[in-house]
Ligand binder design. Structure first.
Ligand code: ADE
Length: 198
């Protein structure tokens, strides 16, 4: 698994490697131009085939575990990060296959959003996590938040661990964890219980 970062400025125009310009029709903020993006993507496509060309944007579909699961099954993914007012709409219309937002707020660029999405995807790729931190037991993976976890000591400051976890009765422990996960999900994120994850 390889993560590579590519600088669009390398494909910029003129002696300042310009990649943005004023908006047609007027208005504040610069827009990223078609040509540098197209040239960069074409260059990268000479090396490999991309299964998705993703554009990070606050008006994209809201990123969640379901999308992370889907994307983790892809081969190569290219993520385009916008800056300023964003990219020329023609790139979005003709090149981009998926548009993703990481939340209802505006960042100054798509890079942090791309890092969030990349991390969520990469940790699902087999072999990236060891068994101990297996993604199967993550919050959201079963439409549910994760149950509480405890470690040694079994008691500290008069605070004790739920006795069932010390019982060694693994089927019962599993039942307890499932019940707790459901209880916590109902309390904190009831919306998840109506959702269909992959
Ligand atoms: N670029 C700027 N804000 C963003 C957001 N909330 N999600 C994805 N990309 C962005």
């Amino acid at each position: 698994m390889v993560v590579a970062v590519h600088d669009l400025k390398k494909y910029g125009q003129g002696k300042h490697n310009k990649i943005d310009d004023y908006q047609f029709g007027g208005g504040a903020g610069m827009v990223m131009m078609v040509e540098p993006i197209l040239n960069c993507i074409k260059d990268l496509q000479k090396e490999r085939v991309y299964d998705e060309l993703i554009y990070m944007t606050p008006d994209g579909e809201l990123f969640d575990q379901h999308i992370a699961n889907q994307l983790s099954l892809k081969g190569n993914i290219l993520i385009l990060c916008g800056h300023y007012k964003g990219v020329d709409q023609r790139i979005r219309d003709h090149i981009i296959t998926r548009e993703i937002s990481i939340g209802s707020y505006v960042l100054s660029g798509g890079e942090l959003a791309a890092a969030v999405v990349s991390d969520a995807i990469i940790r699902l790729i087999p072999g990236v996590l060891n068994d101990e931190s297996s993604a199967l037991y993550d919050s959201f993976q079963d439409d549910m938040l994760a149950p509480p976890v405890y470690t040694r000591p079994a008691e500290i400051n008069g605070w004790s661990v739920p006795p069932i976890l010390l019982s060694g009765d693994f089927p019962k422990i599993e039942d307890w964890r499932e019940a707790k996960a459901l209880e916590i999900t109902k309390e904190k994120r009831p919306d998840l219980l109506d959702k269909d994850f992959l």
